[in-house]
Design a protein around this ligand. Structure first.
Ligand code: HMG
Ligand code: MG
Length: 306
C-alpha cells in the first residue's frame, strides 16, 4: 500500500443515482438544497439529474427545473445523464458541464434499462457524443453490470472490454466501470479495470460501486492499488437502479471520505459537512443514513437516529 494515489476525485451521484431510486416524489426545492449542501461540503463533481424518459423514471422528470435552480459555484462540475439525442438536446438547454451516456456490458440489462441492444445503444450514443463535443462538453460513459447482471448472471471481463472499446471508438472521453448490483469482489474488479486500462488512461477511468454485498470499500481500495483515483459515491449511501432488481445503494460518500482520510488521500471534502448533508437527505426521506461512518459520527455528536 505504499504507492497509493495522493488525491482522489469523487463524483457525487446522490442527487441522480440516489434519488432516481426513490419511489415517493422528492420536491424539486429539496433536490436543489441537497446539491447546495454537497457543494458547500466541498464536492467538486456532482451528477445532478438525468434527462431520461419521465415515463421510465418519474423522479427525474423535474431535471430542467433542478438544473435551473442551482446556485452554481465556480470550480464545481455539474453533470447529467443522457440516453439519446432527445435527452442531450433537453440537457444542453440546462448548461451542464458534462454529460454521461450509459450502456451495459450485458445485453439483457441494456434492453431492460434503455430498451435497446448494446450495439444499438452505441449507435444512439455516437451522435450524442459528437453533439456534446461540438457544444464543448466532456462525455463520460458508464458501463453497467460490469461485475454481474441481475438478468444474465455472470459477466466476463472480456464482455466488459468489448463495450469499453466500443465507447472509446465513438469518442467517449471517460470510462466508468459500474457494479450495478454490487456483486464484485477485489480481484475481479482489478481484472476488469486492467481490461479497461487497455483503452483508457488511469486519469479517465473510474469505479462506480453499489454496496449491495458490502464489497464497495474493498473494491475501491483494490482500485487505488492499481492507481485508479476517480470514484462515484452517493451521499448517505442512497441509490440503486429501478431496472436492476435487488440493487441497493451506492457506496456512501461519507464512508469513502473516511477511508481516504485514514489513508492520507486528499479529496477536498469536509467530512463533517458531508455528514450533515447525509443527515439532511436521510431526514427528507424519513430514514437513517445508510453510511456507517455517517451514523457513527452523528451518534458521536449525540444525534438520535430514526
Ligand atoms: P423508448 O421507449 O425506447 O424511447 O425508451 P423511444 O425513443 O421509443 O420514445 C418513446 C417515448 O419516450 C416518446 O414519448 C419520447 O418522446 C420519449 P411519447 O411519444 O411516447 O410521449 N423519450 C424521452 N423523453 C424524455 N427524455 C428522453 C426521451 N427519450 C425518449 N431522453 C429510453 C428509451 C432510453 C428513453 C428509456 O428506456 C429511458 O429513459 N431509460 C432510462 C432508464 C434509466 O434512467 N435508468 C437509470 C439510470 S442508469 C443507472 O442507474 C446505472 C448507473 O448508475 C451505473 C450503474 O450503477 O450501473 C449509471
Ligand atoms: Mg448506479
Amino acid at each position: 500500500m505504499d504507492r497509493l494515489p495522493t488525491h482522489v476525485t469523487l463524483v457525487e451521484v446522490g442527487p441522480r443515482d440516489g434519488l432516481q431510486n426513490e419511489a415517493a416524489p422528492v420536491a424539486t426545492a429539496d433536490k436543489i438544497e441537497l446539491v447546495q449542501r454537497l457543494q458547500a461540503a466541498g464536492c467538486r463533481e456532482i451528477e445532478v439529474t438525468s434527462f431520461v424518459s419521465p415515463k421510465w423514471v418519474p423522479q427525474m422528470a423535474d431535471n430542467a427545473r433542478v438544473m435551473a435552480g442551482l446556485e452554481r459555484r465556480p470550480g464545481v462540475r455539474y453533470s447529467v445523464l443522457v440516453p439519446n439525442m432527445q435527452g442531450l438536446e433537453a440537457a444542453l438547454a440546462s448548461r451542464p458541464d458534462e454529460v454521461v451516456v450509459f450502456g451495459a456490458a450485458s445485453e439483457a440489462f441494456s434492453r431492460r434499462n434503455i430498451n435497446c441492444s448494446v450495439a444499438e445503444s452505441i449507435e444512439r450514443f455516437r451522435p450524442v457524443v459528437a453533439a456534446a463535443h461540438a457544444a464543448g462538453l466532456k462525455v463520460r460513459g458508464a458501463i453497467s453490470c460490469a461485475l454481474g447482471c441481475p438478468y444474465q448472471g455472470e459477466v466476463s471481463p472480456e464482455e466488459v472490454e468489448r463495450v469499453v472499446a466500443l465507447m472509446k471508438a465513438i469518442g467517449v472521453d471517460h470510462c466508468g466501470i459500474a457494479d450495478t448490483i454490487g456483486t464484485g469482489t477485489p480481484r475481479r474488479v482489478q481484472a476488469v479495470m486492467a481490461r479497461a486500462l487497455r483503452h483508457y488512461p488511469l486519469v479517465e477511468l473510474s469505479g462506480h460501486f453499489h454496496d449491495t454485498y458490502g464489497q464497495a470499500l474493498a473494491n475501491i481500495l483494490a482500485c487505488l492499488e492499481m492507481g485508479v483515483h476517480t470514484f462515484d459515491a452517493s451521499i448517505a449511501g442512497l441509490g440503486g437502479c429501478p431496472y436492476a432488481k435487488g440493487a441497493t445503494g451506492n457506496v456512501a460518500t461519507e464512508d469513502v471520505v473516511y477511508l481516504l482520510r485514514g489513508l492520507d488521500i486528499d479529496t477536498g471534502i469536509d467530512l463533517e459537512a458531508l455528514v450533515d448533508a447525509g443527515a439532511y437527505v436521510s431526514g427528507l426521506l424519513g430514514r437513517a443514513p445508510a453510511s456507517r461512518a455517517g451514523r457513527a459520527l452523528l451518534a458521536r455528536r449525540g444525534v438520535a437516529l430514526p
